[in-house]
Design a protein around this ligand. Structure first.
Ligand code: ZN
Length: 288
């Protein structure tokens, strides 16, 4: 399996969110050691090496007021776990690492849109010299090339100013009123669990539609099971469906699955899929 596969899947939440050209708003560097922890933190000893994360794609707007999130650099066992990432263990490994390194929030309640940002933050603060060389096929000069990855290459898609978590989409054809949600890490797992549970059933489910069903909070203020929501969607008028899809894409946030890098061969700006590779977390060290 190609190493890009699982992260490409992980990153594209609905269909293909368009990369948004925005400068990285925060250089991902810790500023001050932390003195306080929020009350959500109950487990583990705090070893004093935690730093506040000042910015997130969600801008903390969707968490309880006053939420502060802290994290510490990765330790050897966590780096080892991350370097074993594959398609099957991706969710489990990322969640376990976040549980160990992040304080101030119950990881189940962390938004999926903030999750990968924090993983990059952990990486950036574990290896201070964050740049590393990655091979890729350049789509500008069509050669096998390489680029130096920098955290600033990432396109961070921030929450839009006019995003309203209680916003309603009024559908023109059915007249239904839809409310959507930003998934938490716990809710993200709904689709996988559903597929596992239904493995033996004869019914075939479209995973993209299931993903969209998972993103819908309610229809006419009524909540539904994932299966009922799936049935609702596949029976929608396509015009209404298009509206829901457009809305979800418009208000998507997180890290763009595509980043722009400078090709070493031609010097051109090339589009590359964001990916985690084992060497991302265990860069080759210089012995000098
Ligand atoms: Zn090139």
């Amino acid at each position: 399996m190609k190493s890009e596969d699982f992260t490409a899947e992980e990153l594209s939440q609905v269909t293909n969110p368009q990369p948004v050209q925005q400068p990285v708003q925060q250089s991902i560097q810790p500023t001050n050691p932390l003195a306080e922890m929020s009350k959500e933190t109950t487990n583990d000893d705090i070893d004093g090496n935690y730093w506040p994360i000042d910015d997130l794609p969600s801008k903390f707007k969707l968490y309880p007021e006053g939420t502060k999130i802290f994290a510490r650099p990765l330790k050897v066992l966590e780096v080892k776990m991350l370097s074993s990432l594959n398609n099957d263990n991706f969710h489990h490994v990322i969640t376990e690492v976040l549980k160990k390194c992040v304080r101030g929030i119950n990881i189940d309640k962390l938004l999926v849109s903030d999750k990968l940002f924090i993983i990059f933050w952990l990486r950036a603060n574990t290896y201070k010299e964050s740049g590393y060389t990655v091979d890729f096929d350049c789509n500008v000069c069509n050669t096998e090339s390489s680029y130096v990855f920098e955290i600033d290459n990432l396109d961070i898609i921030d929450i839009k100013d006019d995003y309203d978590p209680d916003g309603i989409i009024k559908l023109s054809q059915s007249g239904d009123e839809i409310r959507t949600r930003q998934l938490t890490i716990k809710e993200e797992n709904n689709v996988k669990n559903f597929i596992t549970r239904n493995k033996r059933s004869a019914a075939v489910y479209d995973e993209d539609i299931l993903t969209i069903a998972n993103l819908i909070e309610s229809v006419n203020n009524k909540k539904m099971s994932l299966m009922d929501m799936y049935e609702y969607i596949i029976n929608m008028n396509p015009i209404d469906f298009g509206k829901v899809e457009t809305y979800l894409n418009h208000y998507d946030m997180g890290i763009s699955p595509i980043m722009n890098v400078t090709c070493k061969n031609c010097g051109g700006m090339a589009d590359v899929a964001v990916s985690f590779r084992p060497e991302f977390f265990v860069p080759k060290a210089s012995l000098n």
